[in-house]
Design a binder for this molecule. Sequence first.
Ligand SMILES: Cc1cc2nc3c(=O)[nH]c(=O)nc-3n(C[C@H](O)[C@H](O)[C@H](O)COP(=O)(O)OP(=O)(O)OC[C@H]3O[C@@H](n4cnc5c(N)ncnc54)[C@H](O)[C@@H]3O)c2cc1C
Length: 414
Amino acid sequence: MTDAPIFDPAAFRLTPQEAALTEQARAFGASVLAPRAARWDREASFPTDNYRDMHEAGLLGICIPAEDGGLGAGFRAYCLTAAELGRYCGATALTWNMHVCSTLWTGALTDDLDLDAATRADHRARRRLHYGRILKHGAIYSQPFSEGGAAAAGTTAFGTTAMRVPGGFRINGKKIFASLAGHANYYGILCTETHGDEKLSRRDTLYLAAPADAEGVKVEGDWDPLGMRGTVSRNLVFRDAFVPEDAALMPPGVYFQAATRWPHMFLTLSPTYMGLAQAAYDFCVRYLRGEQPGTPPVKRRMYPTKQIAVAQMRVMLEATKALWFQAITEAGPDPTKERMLRALAAQHAVMENANAIATLALRTCGGQAMLKSLPLERIYRDSRCGALMLPWTAELCLDRIGREALYEKGESDP
Ligand SMILES: Cc1cc2nc3c(=O)[nH]c(=O)nc-3n(C[C@H](O)[C@H](O)[C@H](O)COP(=O)(O)OP(=O)(O)OC[C@H]3O[C@@H](n4cnc5c(N)ncnc54)[C@H](O)[C@@H]3O)c2cc1C
C-alpha cells in the first residue's frame, strides 16, 4: 500500500515543483530508505549507500540553483521534501539536512541578503565550485557548529577560530555532535575569524568548508546514542588545519547577517521530525488495522480506547502540520515579530509532538509494537532527539516565545 502524501498537493496548494519533489521523495523513501533504516540504527553506521543513491536521484543538489545545475528548490520545497524522507529514515533525512543547508544557505538564502555587487559576484563564482563538487562527484557536506558552550545557542561567538594566512585560513578548535563525521567530504564549520588579540565577535563568524582529508582535521570519540544513530555525530578536532581561500561558503559577515535577518534558516532541522510524527501515526493506524508488515493480521481497531488514542494523535498531527506549513510558507528575510514567534512555536510543536505522537503510538499498539524488528521503536527513539537540537531546542523556543511575547524591543523592567 502506498502512503498518502503528508501534505496533499491539492489541499495545501503546493507548487508543481513541490508536488513533484515530494512525490519523488515519498517513492524514494519507501523503496530505498525504509528497507535499510534498521541497519544504520542497529550498527550506528553512516548511510553511505543512501547517499550514493541520493546523488544518482539528484537529491544532493536539491537546493543548488537551477542555473548552477541543481534542482533549484527553495526553502519550503526543501522542507516539504525533507519531511517525506524523514518519514522513512530519520537519520538519513537529518544528515541530508546538514548537507543541503550548505547549498540552501549559500544559495536562495544568501540571494535574499544585502551584498555589494562585487561581493555577490565573487560569492556566486565560489559557490559554483562547491556545487560542482556535489553535482559531479557526489561530494557530501556537513555542518558542525556545536561546541558544547553557548555559541551554538547563538549567544556568544564560536570558539573555533580561523586565522587568515597567505592563501587561506588556519583553523583551531573542537566541534561536538558533528553529524557525518568521518563520512562527509567537507566539514562546513562555523568559526570566528580572529583579529589579533581582539575579543571574538559573532559578527566575524566565517562559514568554511574544510576538506575532510586536510592535515590537522581529526575525528574523535565514539557514537553510541539513544536515537538518530546513523548520523554518526562524533567530535571533530582542528589543530592548525589549513583551508584554502575558496573554502569560504559565505563572504565575511554574511553568516551573521543570515542568522539575524533570515532566522527561519534554523527551522531546517524540523522537517525530519515532521516526517517522524507522520510515520508514528501511520504505523499506529496500520497496526490497529492489522496491516503492519511483520505482524500477524490481527485487528485491534474495534476498541474505543484505541480509537480515542488515534483521534488524539490525529488532532496533534493536524495541528502540528498546519502550524509548521504556515511557518515554512512565510519564511523569508526580516520576519515580523508575529512570524518569528510562529516559527519558534512551529519548531517547538514539531519537535515535541513528534515524540508525543510516537509515545502514544507505542502505548496504544502495545507490547508487540516495541520490538526492534518493527520501525516504531526506532521512530520513538529518533523522535526524542529533535527537542535537543540547538539553536532552537524546545527549551530555548519556550524561553524566547515567552520573553519576546511580553517585551517589545528595548523594553525592560526597572
Ligand atoms: C542526533 C543529533 C545530531 C546532531 N548533529 C549536529 C550537527 O550536525 N552539527 C551540530 O553543530 N550540532 C549537532 N547536534 C548538536 C545539537 O544541536 C546540540 O548542540 C547538542 O545536542 C547540545 O547538547 P548539549 O547538551 O551540549 O547542550 P547545552 O548547550 O549543554 O544545552 C543543554 C540545554 O540547555 C538549554 N540551553 C542551552 N543554552 C541556553 C541558553 N543560552 N539559555 C537557556 N537555555 C539554554 C537548551 O535547551 C539545551 O538543550 C546534534 C544533536 C543530536 C542529538
